[in-house]
Design a protein around this ligand. Structure first.
Ligand SMILES: Cc1cc2nc3c(=O)[nH]c(=O)nc-3n(C[C@H](O)[C@H](O)[C@H](O)COP(=O)(O)OP(=O)(O)OC[C@H]3O[C@@H](n4cnc5c(N)ncnc54)[C@H](O)[C@@H]3O)c2cc1C
Length: 360
């Protein structure tokens, strides 16, 4: 059976790696020209029951631990006056929680564990058409073609493959303004101290200023706003503590503005033989810490179903889809709730309550 995975992100690569461990080969078609063509973004915390579990299925736990930063789990929540509302510190040196790892390190770890030639770089799928004999014919930008028996869309938020299964499209949930402060220990030690080894969120009314320590010594700064908020950067922080807004003024270059989108909660599709989706292509959610974890778990679960049921791949894909829809429903609901809470007028009190363990 020829398996084509469209997209070499975390979901697609986890799928390819776990298939490979089971002795099943797959071809990953990735539109980027090479593994270093684009910066992969900030860091991710991998959860034991999803991202870390998927890495265990991929046989990569030891390599993950050698690259992860458990101390990166530390987080601080401030109000706009700079007062600390929550300060969470993980147990030093343990991997019991949700250690952080740089996205590029995680992607490299998966890429290095695949056989040479498993990823076809510079292959952007522009169309997929069903073949009369079953399976799919893929067309790539530039006109090249390839066939497959099973097509897996792991092509992220703006998936091309998704449209072969459902007409449901993502809609905007927030605007994210991103900035980088590089070489922070040397250039801005006061900001390094403010953020610490992990994440900082400064929670205002309908807006959050966040900063995250990356493994390369930079800070990734993000300002989350409601989707309909089109104010300029200079209008956002009136009355905020200058020690906090220095995260914005110290940034290296111009800001990047991104539209953050999500699929509706409970989005699903009717099963169609020979095709399925993993990760953001299947269930794009607001970015509150689940998307990559769930994408990796999708990849591992689909691979395990296919390996266990290779005599009937269609039944294996159906079983994966039903399990995935059932798992994602509550996660998508929680993610939407957290996203709404973070950008609400009462976000600070709500978030403190969220992070404070209930006493009975
Ligand atoms: C600001 C932000 C912060 C986030 N923070 C977290 C977090 O802390 N924790 C967490 O778990 N999740 C987080 N997420 C979500 C997470 O990034 C995604 O859920 C995750 O990357 C999804 O993985 P994926 O493999 O499905 O898709 P992607 O990582 O998007 O990978 C898709 C791949 O497909 C390729 N591709 C796309 N179209 C084509 C095509 N037509 N042909 C060939 N290749 C194609 C792309 O180049 C890409 O390499 C965050 C998201 C954002 C936006």
């Amino acid at each position: 059976m020829r398996i084509a995975i469209v997209g070499g992100g975390l979901g697609g690569l986890t799928l390819a790696r776990v298939l490979h461990r089971h002795g099943l080969e797959a071809m990953v078609y990735e539109r980027e020209a090479s593994r270093s063509a684009r910066s992969q973004g900030g860091t991710l915390d991998l959860h034991p029951e999803s991202g870390q579990h998927a890495l265990a299925e991929a046989g990569l736990t030891a390599r993950f631990r050698s690259q992860a930063r458990p101390e990166g789990e530390e987080h601080r929540i401030l109000d706009p006056a700079g007062r600390m509302l929550v300060h969470h510190r993980p147990e030093p040196g343990t991997f019991t929680g949700r250690p952080e790892i740089d996205r590029s390190a995680l992607r490299d770890l998966l890429l290095d564990a695949l056989p040479g030639g498993a990823v076809a770089w510079g292959h952007q799928v522009v169309a997929a058409t069903p073949r009369a004999s079953g399976g799919w014919e893929l067309t790539f930008e530039g006109g090249r073609r390839a066939g497959c028996d099973l097509l897996v869309g792991a092509d992220g938020a703006r998936s091309v493959v998704r449209s072969l299964l459902t007409g449901t499209a993502p809609s905007p949930v927030a605007t994210l303004v991103e900035l980088i402060v590089s070489d922070v220990d040397r250039r801005h030690p006061e900001l390094a101290r403010l953020v610490g080894p992990g994440n900082l969120w400064c929670v205002g009314v309908n807006q959050i200023l966040a900063a995250q320590r990356a493994g390369d010594g930079s800070l990734r700064v993000g300002i989350s706003l409601p989707a309909e908020d089109h104010r300029e950067l200079s209008e956002l922080f009136e009355g905020w503590d200058p020690g906090v807004t220095a995260l914005v003024t110290a940034a290296d270059g111009p800001a990047t503005v991104r539209r953050i989108e999500a699929l509706p909660i409970g989005a699903r599709w009717d099963h169609r033989p020979g095709i399925t989706l993993v990760g953001d292509a299947a269930h794009l959610m607001p970015p509150v810490g689940e998307g990559a974890n769930q994408a990796m778990l999708d990849g591992a679960e689909l691979a395990n179903h296919l390996a266990a049921g290779i005599a009937d791949p269609d039944a294996a894909v159906r079983a994966y889809e039903e399990g995935m829809f059932a798992r994602i429903g509550p996660v998508a609901e929680m993610s939407a709730r957290v996203q709404a809470m973070m950008l609400s007028p009462t976000a600070a009190e709500d978030i403190v309550r969220f992070f404070t363990p209930a006493t009975t």
